[in-house]
Design a protein around this ligand. Structure first.
Ligand code: XUL
Ligand code: CO
Length: 436
């Protein structure tokens, strides 16, 4: 059986190619800054959008045409989907994938049944991984869809929900280990609040801290050495998610003594929902030493919600790659397309168009970022802007040898500050355009 009979392996054909089913920029063996493109990106396809997305929205049901999917949540259908997923990823040339436990296998009547279903599908995933060499970038547990998590999972007011979530993450860590997952992600699906009158925030955060410590301890006990990641998101589904943005996550991790065990998985549309840019979130995570992985997507300027579209904007991918190169790359994380084809793009072939466009946009962004870095103009302008810190009083302050008294003496003597110079924002924006 083939799900995509009209598609053969997507090849690199170079920038002049007019073939929409070819890469113009993503050439997996091409070396940029000493690393192949394949290793820079570690591109990953997500199971939930690409193989479980239906196109449903609050105004209407799904539109996607998926001839391989019988629309049921049977185990048989789940296994067939695995074969299709690997055919897709193999033809695309994506080296990784990511899943939630509930994307790949159906829930049963009891937790024990559910675990058995998961084991059955994991055996097929493993077989397909071995056949194709495609690896698991990360696993995660879906702690938000089932109504038992209506008040959250680790932060629920119902301690049984916490216990169920713990059992679920335990199992998901085991299967992630079994499949050789390079990372494990926590996205706090419903960990947040809708109303502070009914919320004991202190208690909820303490519970979340305890939950993550249990996960760290359990991972250690079974020998899982993948990187733990937290994925910031400010809202949706709750009006306030505890893992709001990179800074809030880092503060939480530090407060609960978890910083040594976690890095961040930064997602573009989550950054913009938080009122930040992706570049801001990457820079913030990077300077704190916790940039782990990215969920690559983009929002829509005219829609206020998490639309998870595929990224095609070169400015965005250039900015991502400037930050990623600056902080030494993402591995063992990667560029995970947490993105979905829109409701109107309902044919299977659209899945290829979407991923090819995203991969090419990142490859182009990498080349632009590398050219900017090689030229060194941006770096030297940045250095120049802070030159007052490399000598004189700036150097004294940075070396920790100044205090308010010595600074007051310095300024009383000097009278006023050295004149400020222009920030040159427009010039810099124009300069970046030269490389595009
Ligand atoms: C939700 C989201 C998730 C996480 C994994 O907005 O991004 O799909 O990436 O749970
Ligand atoms: Co995500």
């Amino acid at each position: 059986m083939t799900a995509f009979p009209d598609v053969s392996k997507i090849a690199y054909e170079g920038p002049d190619s007019k073939n929409p089913l070819a890469f113009r920029w993503y050439n997996e063996e091409e070396v940029v800054e000493g690393r192949t493109m394949k290793d820079h990106f570690r591109f990953s396809v997500v199971y939930w959008h690409t193989f479980r997305g239906t196109g449903a929205d609050p105004f209407g049901p799904g539109t996607m045409q998926r001839p391989w999917d019988d629309g049921t949540d049977s185990l048989e259908n789940a296994v067939r989907r695995v074969r299709v997923a690997f055919e897709f990823m193999e033809k695309l040339g994506a080296p990784f994938y990511a899943f939630h436990d509930r994307d790949v296998a159906p829930e049963g009547k009891t937790l024990a049944d559910t675990n058995r279903n998961l084991d059955a599908v994991v055996a097929v995933l493993k077989e397909e991984q071995q056949r194709t060499g495609i690896a698991l970038l990360w696993g995660t547990a879906n702690l938000f869809s089932n109504p038992r998590y209506v008040h959250g999972a680790a932060t629920s007011c119902n301690s049984d929900a916490f216990a169920f979530a713990a059992a679920q993450v335990k199992k998901c860590l085991e299967v992630t280990l079994e499949l050789g997952g390079a990372n494990y992600v926590f996205w706090g699906g419903r960990e947040g609040y809708q109303n502070l009158y009914n919320t004991d925030m202190r208690r909820e955060l303490d519970h979340l801290g305890a939950f993550l410590h249990m996960a760290v301890d359990y991972a250690k006990s079974i020998g899982f050495r993948g990187q733990f990641l937290i994925e910031p998101k400010p809202k949706e589904p709750t009006k306030h998610q505890y893992d709001s943005d990179a800074a809030a996550c880092i503060n939480f991790l530090r407060a609960y003594d978890l910083l040594g065990h976690f890095k961040l998985n930064i997602e573009t549309n989550h950054a913009t929902l938080a009122g930040h840019t992706m570049m801001h979130e990457l820079e913030y995570a990077g300077i704190q030493g916790v940039l782990g992985s990215i969920d690559a997507n983009t929002g829509d300027l005219l829609l206020g919600w998490d639309t998870d579209q595929f990224p095609t904007d070169y400015y965005l991918t250039t900015q991502c790659m400037l930050s990623i190169l600056k902080f030494g790359g993402l591995s063992p994380g990667g560029v995970n397309f947490d993105a979905k084809v829109r409701r109107e793009s309902f044919e299977p072939i659209d899945l290829f168009h979407a991923h090819i466009g995203g991969m090419d946009a990142f490859a182009r962004g990498l080349k632009i970022a590398a050219a900017i870095r090689a030229h060194g103009e941006l770096a030297s302008l940045l250095k120049q802007r802070y030159a007052s810190w490399d000598r004189g009083i700036g150097e004294i302050i940075e070396s920790g040898k100044a205090d308010f008294k010595t600074l007051a003496v310095y300024m009383l003597d000097k009278g006023d500050i050295a004149p400020n110079t222009s920030g040159r924002q427009e010039m810099l924006e124009h300069l970046i355009n030269r490389y595009l």
